[in-house]
Design a binder for this molecule. Structure first.
Ligand code: AMP
Ligand code: ZN
Length: 440
């Protein structure tokens, strides 16, 4: 078995805990430089000396996405602005975006984790790596880019979209590895077929990295068969840098989460107590090697569990099961995270529509679509009626600008959307390949 950073990847669990304790103490000291944690720690009496064992982390209160929003833009910044060289942020014109800052150290540490992750999935410096992912404020573009370069592959920063061009790049440069969101790959395959090509025979592809959205084992196997490749699950979230948090090794039996860089807890979202290994709960994460913006006990809202037993690859870092759902109402469409409230915020600005709406997620011709249905008001004037087409177009644009995924908008007659008793259900997920878990 080969390793990228053998001394860390196979570190004995006791030594790993000692490293975590040391890094947690350093992280608390750094975090105290931010206004948010300074006040939190002084209220709770937390200092680096509060930590003697990894379990002592439970003395620290959780941090939530709302805390990040409430302290926008600089309340979590723990470094001097001169040291900060990059930010990544979520989209969002309603509400404050979630923004994460990085120093030079942080970018190097992230690139290293990414390179380690790619190596873990069997990717080597001899590979030609095409990153089919949006570059910019999102983390999948630059996050992968730095890791691919750190590992030493030939990188093709292709960006997202335009499948015919993607295929041309694959053929011209003999791409061997691609990174893309799983829901895109069915469409990419169709374009191969339309072009009279068979990716199994006509390309050099052997490895896919897929992530950024929930997908099932069956979906992975389908992708592997269509393209004749091995597809590895990659998990991350911008609050923890982005990609490079947890990655599958070549055994494809769960995702090793890099415990030298993160402390990982899985809690019951109701009692907030840790769940036993093997049971599902909400993933809570702490950064251990981030200078600009340490985050402690961040509630990710993702549902997963620790897998038990050792991995035959020899890595000692624990394995997470694939993400099965979330404890909040966020859903992911075309790789974009969407909270129903973002869509609602836009709809409710339009005087011609009522507050009855629903979001239907549907797989149409192998493409996942977000259909936003909203009822018009029943007292529209003739002029208002005539403007409905314009309003539909405007809503498509505004929702796309907000959530970055283009919706299909349908204005429907009053009373056509079925009412429910009690809490309104806004999102109906009928996508073919997506299985939500309703554990909580
Ligand atoms: P972002 O912060 O935009 O990178 O989105 C992060 C979120 O995407 C996570 O909290 C998960 O909900 C989801 N996500 C990322 N990677 C995966 C994956 N491999 N499987 C399932 N969900 C994922
Ligand atoms: Zn392994």
């Amino acid at each position: 078995m080969q390793f990228w950073e053998q001394e860390l990847e196979v570190l004995d669990r006791n030594k790993l805990s000692q490293l975590q304790v040391k890094r947690l103490k350093d992280t608390i000291a750094r975090a105290s430089q931010s206004t948010f944690y300074k006040s939190l720690f002084s209220k709770k009496g937390i200092t680096p000396d509060s930590i003697n064992f990894v379990e002592d982390i439970r003395k620290i209160p959780f941090t939530t996405k709302q805390d990040l929003r409430d302290n926008f833009p600089y309340g979590f910044l723990a470094a001097d602005k001169r040291e900060v060289i990059r930010l990544h942020s979520s989209s969002g014109t309603t509400g404050n975006p979630t923004v994460i800052y990085h120093t030079r150290h942080d970018i190097a540490s992230w690139a290293n984790l990414m390179a380690r992750s790619l190596f873990t999935a069997g990717i080597r410096d001899t590979d030609v790596f095409q990153n089919i992912c949006g570059y910019g404020l999102f983390t999948g573009g630059l996050g992968f880019q730095y890791g691919i370069e750190r590992l030493g592959c030939l990188s093709i920063p292709a960006g997202a979209g335009n499948s015919a061009r993607q295929i041309k790049l694959m053929l011209d440069y003999e791409t061997t590895v691609i990174h893309a969101i799983p829901s895109y790959l069915g469409r990419l395959y169709d374009v191969f077929v339309d072009m009279g090509l068979d990716p199994r025979k006509d390309t050099q592809l052997h490895t896919f990295v897929i992530g950024a959205e929930p997908h099932t084992e069956e979906q992975r196997r389908r992708i592997e068969e269509m393209f004749g490749v091995k597809a590895y699950n990659s998990f991350g979230l911008s609050e923890m840098n982005g990609p490079g948090v947890a990655f599958e090794c070549t055994w494809q039996n769960g995702l090793h989460v890099w415990e030298d860089a993160f402390i990982v807890e899985i809690i019951d979202p109701d009692t907030l107590e840790p769940v036993p290994d093997g049971e599902y709960g909400e993933l809570v994460m702490t950064t251990l090697d981030r200078h600009a913006m340490p985050l402690l006990r961040y509630r990710t809202r993702d549902i997963t569990r620790f897998l038990t037993g050792d991995c035959p690859c020899g890595r000692t870092h624990r394995r997470l099961d694939r993400i099965t759902g979330r404890t909040d109402d966020m859903f992911i469409i075309k790789g974009c995270n969407v909270f129903p409230m973002q869509v609602e915020g836009i709809l409710m600005k339009v005087p011609q529509v009522s507050s009855e709406y629903r979001i239907v997620l549907e797989t149409i011709n192998d493409v996942d679509e977000m259909i936003v249905e909203v009822e018009i008001k029943n007292d529209l004037t003739d002029d208002q009626y005539r403007s409905l087409e314009q309003i539909t177009k405007r809503l498509v644009h505004e929702i796309r600008d907000e959530v970055l995924a283009k919706p299909i908008v349908k204005l429907v007659e009053p009373g056509t959307i079925q009412r429910q008793e009690g809490k309104a259900i806004r999102v109906f997920d009928n996508r073919k390949k997506y299985e939500t878990s309703c554990l909580f």
